[in-house]
Every structure is written in structure tokens, then in C-alpha cells.
Write a protein that binds this ligand. Structure first.
Ligand code: G3P
Ligand code: MG
Length: 256
């Protein structure tokens, strides 16, 4: 098994859902916030439309973050592309659209920003979502820092591993289960991602000892971020691009 720590080209801080609280989540407006605060990496959630377009959205349903209604998986991309995904966040974001994975890849390239693509399947679509996100990401990110794929879904990440084995993977947990090592080995992960609430210094050390990097989400308190960094947490995912300690921002390493 490859040692994830040797293959980690990513900066310490990553912007949750593209721009955290500074932009409508999972939209390209988040990239503007990253540029403003010097962030070099975004995390976003990717899922499939009814006709298998990969696009960015967190929830299974459209209601919270767009002017659409009902299950995202029941809408074609043509329908989804007409929705407003910004107005809920404030008038200045009126007209912001749901981005496709391809549009996110273009912005990553233009702004030299790395990506953690969280595969977030709609119910019952784990395998196809893992497969299509991994296949398209491996094409779309050619020539850029390779994206890090992650998921709470074991089946989606298994499908991603089979579809694009060379893309790096991180398994997402809320609380790290006792059998975490078996799971990350089976998926050939380079990293383990967990809610910061359930991480401790000894657990971070155990994960590192197995050759894996650690991502902690979602950390919005500067003192907590500093403590996690002292423990050696490799990546901190935050909504508060504006207040996390900016001396923890670092440039991207050269792609391997
Ligand atoms: O990948 C870290 C974080 O995004 C996981 O939680 O619900 O914000 O996608 P969620
Ligand atoms: Mg996410």
C-alpha cells in the first residue's frame, strides 16, 4: 500500500463547499472568496442529475439552496441548469447557477486551486455516482494537481477506485469507527477524513503511523484549528475562510 503522506500535494487549509460562509455553497462564487483570502484548495459535493450529468450540490433535494423543489435525482441537467443557486445567500448572488463538474475543473485550472471532490450520491445511486465522478475527474483534471476523491459512501468510493485507480482517495467518517484501518486499506485510501469533534492527538498519531494523512472538518474556530495543526492534522476544512489563521495557508506543492 502506498504511503499517503509521501503523496500529499495539498495545502493545509481547504474551503468547505467552495467558499464556506462567504458564498452560496457549491457554486463558482466560492472560488472568488478563495482568491480573496489566499485559499488554494476547495472541497465540494458532487452528484448526478437524472440524465447523469455530474454537478455540485450538497443535499438530496433542491429546496434549501436553490429555487427548485424536490429530489435532485429526478431532474435532468437541462432543468437543473435553469435554477438559481445563489439568491438564498443574498441579493448579490442572484442568478448564480449550479456548476457542472467540468465548470468546477475549469475554475480550478484558471485559479490554480486544488480540489477535494466529495462524492455525494443521491439515495440508491452510489455505484454509478462513484464511477462517473471518478471517470470524469480523471479526464477533467489532466495537467492539474490531481483531485482528492472522498465519500461517506463505501460503495461509491469502491466504484471510484475501480474506475480511476490512480486518483487518490480519502474515506469520510463522522466519528472514526473502530475498524477504520480495514476500511481504508480495502479502499486503498491515502487519507482519512473525520469530524474534528471525534479526533484526538493519539488517534491522529495512529492514523499517521499507518501512512495515512488526516483531514478534519468542519473547523470554524481559530484556536481549534491551531490545536489540530499542532497534532499534525494535514488538512483542515473550514467555512470561515475569513478568520482561520492565514499563516496556516501554504502554497500547493508541485504535482507528483
Ligand atoms: O468533506 C468534508 C465535509 O464536506 C463533509 O460533510 O456534509 O459538509 O459534505 P458535508
Ligand atoms: Mg462535503
Amino acid at each position: 500500500m502506498a504511503n499517503g503522506i509521501d503523496r500529499w500535494p495539498y495545502p493545509r487549509l481547504v474551503a468547505h463547499r467552495c467558499g464556506g460562509t462567504l458564498a452560496p455553497e457549491n457554486t463558482l462564487a466560492g472560488f472568488d472568496a478563495c482568491m480573496r483570502y489566499g485559499y488554494r484548495m476547495v472541497e465540494f459535493d458532487a452528484k448526478l442529475s437524472a440524465d447523469n450529468e455530474v454537478f455540485l450540490l450538497h443535499d438530496d433535494t433542491l429546496d434549501r439552496t436553490t429555487n427548485g423543489h424536490g429530489a435532485a435525482a429526478e431532474h435532468s441537467w437541462q432543468q437543473l441548469a435553469t435554477l438559481d443557486a445563489g439568491a438564498w445567500r443574498g441579493q448579490q448572488f442572484d442568478g448564480t447557477r449550479l456548476p457542472t463538474l467540468a465548470e468546477a475543473a475549469q475554475r480550478c485550472k484558471r485559479d490554480n486551486i486544488a480540489a477535494n471532490i466529495e462524492i455525494k450520491p443521491c439515495p440508491g445511486r452510489d455505484v454509478i455516482t462513484g464511477t462517473l465522478v471518478a471517470q470524469r475527474a480523471s479526464t477533467l483534471w489532466q495537467g492539474q494537481t490531481p483531485p482528492l476523491l472522498s465519500s461517506f459512501s463505501f460503495d461509491a468510493l469502491t466504484a471510484a477506485r475501480d474506475a480511476a485507480p490512480s486518483l487518490q482517495r480519502g474515506m469520510l467518517f463522522e466519528e472514526v469507527p473502530t475498524d477504520w484501518l480495514r476500511i481504508v486499506r480495502e479502499l486503498e485510501c491515502v487519507s482519512l477524513h473525520a469530524s474534528h469533534r471525534y479526533l484526538s492527538e493519539p488517534l491522529v498519531a495512529q492514523i499517521h503511523a499507518e501512512g495515512l494523512c488526516v483531514l478534519a472538518y468542519t473547523v470554524n474556530d481559530p484556536a481549534r484549528a491551531r490545536l489540530l495543526a499542532q497534532w499534525g492534522v494535514d488538512m483542515i476544512c473550514t467555512d470561515r475562510l475569513d478568520i482561520l489563521p492565514h499563516d496556516m495557508l501554504s502554497a500547493l506543492a508541485d504535482p507528483a
